[in-house]
Design a protein around this ligand. Structure first.
Ligand SMILES: [Zn+2]
Length: 183
């Protein structure tokens, strides 16, 4: 279930962030914003999009990522609180920089640059999804201003469900379209 969080509003579920991260990477490939790099690189990009979309909630011990890595999420939560530093453009940039550095350190793994890019796309998709929540996201952290999309409030869980299904259907359509032989 979606759960209320300390800052107000209702938290997106992990499955929703994962679906949005996947759809974002597939859309980026489909639109040509990201160049196709072959099946392995494209699959790495999409997989990283899912992972990157879950990582910002490492600042919450009960989130999908936080419950898997409590030794990271508990101290992060204590230091920054939920939807703090990890929900900023700075954190997304840092994630991309670390991924890119890893790719340069191990050039023999050709799909690593795509993986680093996917992490960043997924991370940014998480910030965008959280901006649908009235609590918003502190994109310019450490500046305290929080950013949110000006949407009317909706019943608990409705927005989460809509976003999950829209992202899931979008992903299936894009995968089928690119898998089907051209007529
Ligand atoms: Zn979040």
């Amino acid at each position: 279930m979606s759960s209320p969080n300390k800052r107000g509003g209702v938290a997106m579920m992990g499955r929703t962030h994962a679906a949005v991260g996947m759809a974002s990477c597939l859309l980026a490939l489909d639109a040509g914003a990201v160049a196709h790099g072959g099946i392995l690189a494209d699959a790495s990009l999409v997989l990283a999009g899912v992972i990157g979309a879950l990582l910002p909630d490492l600042d919450h011990p009960k989130s999908t990522a936080g419950s898997m890595l409590p030794f990271v999420s508990v101290p992060l939560s204590a230091m920054f609180g939920h939807r703090g530093a990890t929900h900023s453009l700075l954190a997304a940039g840092l994630c991309f920089a670390l991924g890119t550095a890893a790719a340069q350190a191990v050039p023999s793994i050709h799909s690593l640059p795509a993986f680093a890019l996917g992490l960043a796309i997924g991370w940014l998709s998480h910030l965008a999804a959280d901006m649908l929540n009235p609590a918003g996201a502190p994109l310019l952290w450490p500046h305290p201003r929080r950013f949110r999309f000006p949407l009317p409030s909706s019943p608990n869980g409705l927005l989460d469900s809509l976003l999950f299904w829209a992202s899931a259907i979008c992903s299936v359509v894009l995968i089928v379209r690119h898998s089907a032989p051209s007529i």
